[in-house]
Design a protein around this ligand. Structure first.
Ligand SMILES: *Cc1c(COP(=O)(O)O)cnc(C)c1O
Length: 542
């Protein structure tokens, strides 16, 4: 790929240019809608860039070498006054965008939760944008709305949720959780909250929503905030040793809150928590929700699709009893952003939360079998054609193809778990349930020690510092990328393997690099002579 810098590439011949003197109005005019031949060449050249990019992903450093300020300078230009040839415009992607970007599709990008980006879906996005429909009203998006409805049924079927559900695609898990809590509030508020909002005179008391302590995803309090319920409306429920919600504690807290005047309306279970990929006891939560008249929302942005694997299905028992499910195709379906999804068992509730009437919008057809007008089923008005990439990816891979990729990811976390448990310098915290695995580096001579000799800090303080420094150092090399997180109060290394390109070999490389880097960073922080670095065996330590 050419290095960044000013362009020297020759502009191709301008065949589409009209012969008349109108050319004087500038290039922006004669290059807007190209004649087919020229557009083809423009498209081929764009695809050439992508092909080169995909082929380079495995060897490319994940983070750019340039500093953030140098990168800002690259793009610090005045608003263009004169136009530019579209060939040169599109070439800017490989010339200046790619060299200054991070490459999250790399097989050794282990950060956050990032769907690695299927090629067919990237091209589907281009086709969807080329067609440029508005999937708001089925009259003007007949095929597109039908495809979205079909995709929702497929996603439900794939995870064992009733295909009679409603639902829609949104920008991501955040938007899905926000939408779900809105529907839950409408459905469970003891008065007409669509009209009175949170300010009913007839019923006072704080609306409350419940999610696991520590492992609850940050988007739940954020959604509560966006709904003006306040972040304190989210009540933490204690977790058990395996990081899953304690459903009995949920019942106790809900009852106590209600006696204290609160209005509990929703409990959020999770399938795939963000730190360890834990699956909450969904059937037990469903039971509490039914007994306490709570909406049961399942945030399965990370882990929903694990339910497609027959060997994992039993863990998801109770999933079908959720009133709504968040699931992110741009995570474990490996789709390019943005694409989140929300399933709602009773579609009429979506419509009553988001129905929209205006003089210029045709009257809603409220029959259950009516074609869907998606603007009335969710928070957006104009809507893009996200469904196309989901539809095409599912057609290309089929559920079987996806299951193969899921098992490949799970084999990688299992491999990492085996390596961690077999090495005296690492500590495991949990079973590798899904594709997220958290653990930490613990120099073997510090095991069981309360203090670090010579540093005057507790071992826990030192290990937190050591593991954070280890990640900084490992990421600096560009060969891998991962993050730290906290498990309860303990700082841990967090590895997320949500990438169809990642192999066992990539995972092994990660492990070795962490081991080498851990020794080096520990040595630098504690000074030489604190431990025997030549041997990884338990040798009595300092
Ligand atoms: C990623 C995630 C979200 C947020 O999803 P976005 O797609 O980033 O908006 C919500 N909940 C859970 C459990 C997640 O993992």
């Amino acid at each position: 790929m050419p290095a960044r810098g000013p362009g020297s590439r020759r502009t191709p011949p301008r065949r589409g240019r009209p012969a008349s003197g109108r050319s004087r109005v500038g290039p922006a005019f004669w290059d807007i809608d190209l004649p087919p031949e020229r557009f083809r060449r423009l498209g081929y050249r764009t695809v050439d860039q992508l092909a080169t990019y995909y082929a380079s992903l495995r060897r490319r450093p994940i983070l750019p070498r340039a500093s953030p300020s140098a990168i800002r300078d690259v793009f610090d230009e005045p608003l263009p006054r004169r136009g530019m040839d579209p060939f040169r415009v599109l070439d800017l992607w490989s010339r200046v965008v790619v060299p200054n970007s991070a490459h999250l599709g790399s097989p050794r990008f282990f950060g956050y939760v990032h769907g690695s980006g299927l090629q067919v879906a990237a091209l589907a996005d281009a086709l969807a944008a080329g067609q440029n429909p508005n999937v708001a009203d089925s009259r003007i998006s007949p095929a597109e709305s039908a495809i979205e409805a079909q995709v929702i049924r497929w996603l439900a079927t794939m995870i064992g949720y009733p295909a009679s559900c409603g639902g829609l695609l949104v920008s991501g898990g955040m938007a899905a959780n926000h939408t779900a809590l809105q529907v839950a509030l409408r459905a469970r508020a003891p008065y007409d909250s669509a009209r009175e909002g949170l300010q009913s005179r007839r019923r006072r008391g704080r609306f409350t929503v419940y999610v696991a302590e520590y492992e609850g995803h940050v988007t739940i309090p954020r959604a509560a905030d966006l709904l003006n319920l306040g972040r304190d409306a989210v009540r933490p429920v204690p977790i058990r040793d395996d990081f899953t919600m304690d459903a009995q504690a949920l019942r106790r807290i809900v009852r106590a809150d209600r006696s204290a005047g609160a209005i509990p309306f929703c409990a959020v279970g999770q399938a795939g928590t963000i730190n360890v990929g834990a699956v909450d006891p969904l059937a037990a939560i469903a039971k509490v929700c039914r007994a306490e008249n709570l909406w049961f929302h399942l945030d399965a942005a990370v882990g929903a699709f694990g339910a497609a694997l027959p060997e994992l299905r039993p863990r998801y028992a109770g999933l079908a009893r959720a009133d709504s499910v968040t699931l992110d195709p741009h995570k474990w379906l490996y789709l390019p952003k943005e694409c989140g999804g929300l399933l709602v068992k009773d579609e009429a509730l979506l419509r009553s939360a988001f129905g929209m009437e205006a003089a210029y919008l045709e009257r809603q057809d409220l029959r259950r079998t009516a074609p869907k007008n998606y603007r009335s089923l969710g928070p957006q008005s104009s809507r893009g054609f996200r469904a196309l990439k989901v539809w095409m990816a599912l057609k290309q891979l089929g559920v079987d193809g996806y299951c193969r990729l899921f098992r490949q990811n799970l084999a990688c976390t299992a491999h990492l778990d085996r390596r961690v448990r077999g090495d005296p310098d690492f500590e495991a915290f949990h079973e590798p349930t899904l594709y997220i695995y958290s653990f930490r580096y613990v120099p073997h001579d510090l095991r069981g020690a309360g203090y670090v000799p010579g540093l005057g800090v507790t071992t826990e303080q030192y290990l937190a510092r050591l593991n954070r420094a280890l990640v900084e150092e490992a990421n600096r090399g560009g060969e891998v990328f991962l993050t730290t997180t906290r498990l309860r109060e303990t700082t841990a290394l967090r590895v997320s393997i949500c990438n169809h390109r990642t192999t066992i070999d990539d995972t092994e490389r990660l492990f070795r690099l962490l081991k080498r880097t851990g020794q080096r960073v520990d040595h630098a922080l504690r000074g030489p002579g604190t431990r025997a670095h030549t041997s990884s065996r338990r040798a009595g330590g300092a």
